[in-house]
Design a protein around this ligand. Structure first.
Ligand code: PCA
Length: 157
């Protein structure tokens, strides 16, 4: 089992959330909403308007997302889907828990408590990406109008 923080298209209500619920790829359990303890630039980049958390702590905003527990099968699936290590890398991140959303039988993480998880962030970004608009909370259908164009690993830049 591993803890994974998702901030982009894998969140509930976003276009790739079905990968978290489709049990053919492995299993995920939603635990809590959370926010990165440090700030990072979260940008929407490339032809397909893909969200990227740039691994540049100290810039941007504290980024909101969801904390999941995932099994080994889903972790391997997500590593492949996120095209690590080329497109994203899976890196440890420190989170502050916002609201417990997990099952009652789990040991609850209290709001305000700090925990570690993996996040799919990137250091392999184009030079102009840090100067794109920084978001605190990704929504594929947000006011930015940058509709997510799907994942095509041949043209992610
Ligand atoms: N999927 C991962 C990284 C960015 C994306 O769209 C996520 O939701 O956290």
């Amino acid at each position: 089992m591993a803890l994974v923080f998702v901030y982009g298209t894998l969140k509930r209500g976003q276009p790739n959330n079905f990968y978290m619920t489709d049990k053919r790829n492995g299993h995920a359990w939603l635990l809590a909403s959370a926010v990165t303890t440090q700030t990072f630039p979260l940008v929407i980049a490339g032809q397909n308007n893909i969200p990227f958390l740039l691994n540049i702590p100290g810039q941007g905003h504290r980024v909101h997302g969801e904390l999941y527990k995932v099994d080994e099968a889903l972790l391997r699936f997500l590593d492949d889907f996120e095209d690590i290590p080329d497109m994203y890398q899976r890196s440890p991140v420190t989170l502050t828990v916002e609201e417990w959303l997990g099952p009652a039988h789990e040991e609850e993480l209290a709001p305000g408590s700090v925990t570690q998880a993996f996040v799919y962030s990137t250091t392999t970004y184009q030079p102009d990406w840090p100067s794109l608009t920084h978001y605190a909370n990704y929504d594929s259908r947000g006011d930015h109008g940058l509709i997510y164009g799907g994942r095509d690993t041949t043209q992610h830049n």
